[in-house]
Design a binder for this molecule. Sequence first.
Ligand SMILES: C[S@@+](CC[C@H](N)C(=O)[O-])C[C@H]1O[C@@H](n2cnc3c(N)ncnc32)[C@H](O)[C@@H]1O
Length: 313
Amino acid sequence: MVKIPWPGPSAPYIRYFQIVHDVLEENIAALVERSGKSRKDIAEGIKAQAAECSAQWFSGDVPAINYQNPLCRLSYLYAVVPATANLIQDIFANDELREHFRKVQKDKGTVSVCAFGGGPGTELLGISKWVETTKPKEPIFLEYLLLDRVNEWLDSWMALKKQIESRFRKFYGKERQSWPLVVSGMFSAVDIKKPASLVNLGPIFDQDIYILSYLVSEIFANFEDLRNFTQQIADNAPKGAKFLFVDRKGPRWKEEITSLAKQAGIKLSAFNDTESYMDPPTEDVKDLGSLLKELGKYPKLTWKAFWVVGTKK
Ligand SMILES: C[S@@+](CC[C@H](N)C(=O)[O-])C[C@H]1O[C@@H](n2cnc3c(N)ncnc32)[C@H](O)[C@@H]1O
């Protein structure tokens, strides 16, 4: 086994703002070229989408967010992904998930994670940095499955995965065996409001960890479909599989998660409220460079959320 080189003092090399900056710059340049619009117009479009998303999330109604629009996806990457990835990283550093992850890795040599409504791959970004900060002596092998209703997220999540890999290549060498984390990933368009669409998705029934991050509040209504979907997944999940629910503060989402877990035979641990901010020593919003000025508003740097881990009985 190739030993992972000792990471230098500037590790971890996964830096959310730097990665999001690179992905945005690449995408904005491509949009300018394809659409014939100016960079300023594209920036205005991203700003407008960010404002629209915010209005939708706080409207008190089912959020109607047009993730099919590339400007909307870029606004989400810019405004939300770094903070939520940081939150996911912090959650994985807690005992229950960390120990489960380590045990599965030890027993099977690989860990499989499925993110429902995983959008651009926020969860993968957070897990990658968390794994890197644990300085594993041997690489962790992660099988990552992202399911989302919006097929267009494929571009963002592939761009994030490419950035994670190119950083590991740059700082740990070209041999994957010397990286802290080796990811094999898959994306499939699935609408969890249509449980019938699961019929052809056998592999999703055998995951070690399922994540639903900011999904329950986005489903909003139609909880019955979400309950049926979660039950189908849980019925087929291996005993002991973990379910991580993360969402914005509010009793409504906690109540819904409690009742869907009950129906699905998932035993919930305690709910954890979290109000915190992005890791100051390793995350500097200025890494977003000129985008900070061009997009006019700072991205989210703090969160008010809750999370809870469930175990398949
Ligand atoms: C607020 S975003 C969260 C993205 C990511 N999990 C995160 O935490 O950054 C909500 C995601 O849920 C997806 N989504 C909404 N309704 C869905 C459905 N019925 N089936 C599958 N995905 C859905 C959206 O496309 C979007 O990517």
